[in-house]
Design a protein around this ligand. Structure first.
Ligand SMILES: O=C(O)CCC(=O)C(=O)O
Length: 408
């Protein structure tokens, strides 16, 4: 058995050599050109080039066909430099990446750290310019689904948890239905030179929106009686699905999701709509559970700044409350609740399906070319913003579905 240690710059060819998309095997010719001849991995499932390549968690049991065992540490992107130890085992071989140095492109995208003595850049706790006269409306009841204590916590703190709301079979079905859309987003991200697109990135999290347009199961889930019951109690009698997306935080992710309000990304009126954050895996402080600043939702939408890794508003580390939940639980919070999620520092993906509901008739505003508020944009796209409640009665998903009880 012999060892060989090499330093590889992961340019596009190297990436292709080790994680060719589609059939997921290394390319013998490219490997030979890199000075690692004869290494062929068959059936090795890697997430694709430029992507958390060959995550360390996959180390064991990674060999298929007995030819190659590849173990990378951490997340690797094109442009990074890796030190790889190659172990020749006679009829097999193993590559272990023992060190990774981030390439220039990655460093550029990271926020420069504050110099000693220089305060970190903070965003002021100030109203969004279009938030001129917001008043939070309390929810006095009566309630069909939430408890009076949950409603009070929602009014006072801006969030509450419904523990174990969905059983394991439902959670597994969500995961299964999300998978194709998530894979499509991942593939899109992999094709970006930086591996990034806004808040999403192959080394941070995939964000897969509008999945209800692909999956009847997910559309029905968004009209689940528990969720429409929460809507009836906290949003009103006439409610539409406003937005839904899966956020899958990658193992050993590079970035957190910064403090933000959901209404800080796209300014919706009425400003207060509802977010149901459904945990598909357990969410913990280690893998990036939701954290909130309690109470700040009552001020309405805050000013946000655009950063290379997403929007950011004022947050308060000292007051932040982590909200760890088991898979199947729901964190219910307002579109006005400042929240964030930390880096996933574990070996496994943290998965969530995020479903948002707004009163029927809600509109969105985007800045025009001069930065001023553009025209009101109706939020009633029949394919993905369908009614879930009409006059307090749950609807089945669909553009013109009559009001009738939702799915069991
Ligand atoms: O799930 C996450 O990690 C963050 C999601 C989030 O904050 C959002 O979708 O607004």
């Amino acid at each position: 058995m012999s060892h060989l240690e090499r330093t590889l710059v992961l340019d596009a060819d190297a990436i292709r050599a080790y994680s060719r998309r589609g059939n997921y095997h290394s390319d013998p010719e490219a490997a030979a050109a890199l000075g690692l001849p004869g290494l062929v991995a068959q059936g090795v499932h890697v997430a694709g080039p430029a992507y958390g390549a060959l995550v360390d968690a996959w180390g064991e049991g990674f060999v298929t066909g007995g030819e190659l065992d590849v173990r990378f540490v951490g997340l690797v992107l094109a442009g990074d430099t890796v030190v790889a130890r190659v172990e020749d085992r006679g009829d097999a071989a193993a590559i272990e990446v023992v060190d990774v140095t981030a390439g220039q492109h990655r460093r550029r995208r990271h926020r420069p750290p504050a110099r000693p003595g220089e305060p970190a850049v903070t965003v002021p706790r100030a109203p969004h310019p279009w938030n001129e006269s917001f008043t939070w409306a309390d929810h006095p009841g009566p309630f069909s689904t939430v408890t009076a204590a949950q409603a009070r916590q929602f009014d006072e703190l801006g969030f509450f948890v419904v523990e174990d709301a969905f059983d394991a079979a439902t959670v597994a079905a969500l995961d299964r239905e999300i998978a194709p859309g998530e894979a499509a987003v991942r593939s899109f991200l992999e094709r970006q030179e930086s591996g990034r697109f806004g808040v999403a990135g192959v080394d941070t999290q995939t964000v897969a929106p509008h999945l209800v347009t692909r999956s009847e199961v997910l559309a029905r889930f968004c009209a689940h009686p528990l969720l429409t019951g929460i809507c009836a109690d906290l949003v009103g009698p006439d409610v539409r699905l406003y937005w839904e997306q899966a956020v899958y935080k990658q193992p050993h992710g590079a970035e957190p999701v910064l403090w933000h309000q959901d209404n800080g990304y796209t300014f919706v009126e009425p400003q207060a709509y509802l977010t149901c954050w459904v945990a598909i895996t357990d969410a913990t402080p280690e893998n990036g559970c939701v954290e909130v600043v309690p109470g700040a939702h009552r001020d309405g939408t805050l000013v946000h700044r655009d950063t290379p890794i997403g929007f950011e508003c004022w947050g308060d580390e000292a007051a932040a409350v982590p909200v760890p939940v088991r898979a199947g639980s729901v964190v219910v919070f307002s579109s006005l609740t400042p929240h964030r999620t930390g880096r996933n520092r574990t070996d496994t993906v943290r998965k969530a399906y995020i479903v948002q509901y707004a009163p029927d008739g809600a509109v969105a505003y985007r800045p025009g070319p001069d930065g001023a508020r553009g025209p009101a944009e109706p939020q009633d796209d029949a394919r993905r913003q369908f009614p879930v409640l009409r006059a307090g009665v749950p609807c089945v998903p669909g553009p013109d579905a009559p009001a009738r009880p939702g799915p069991a």
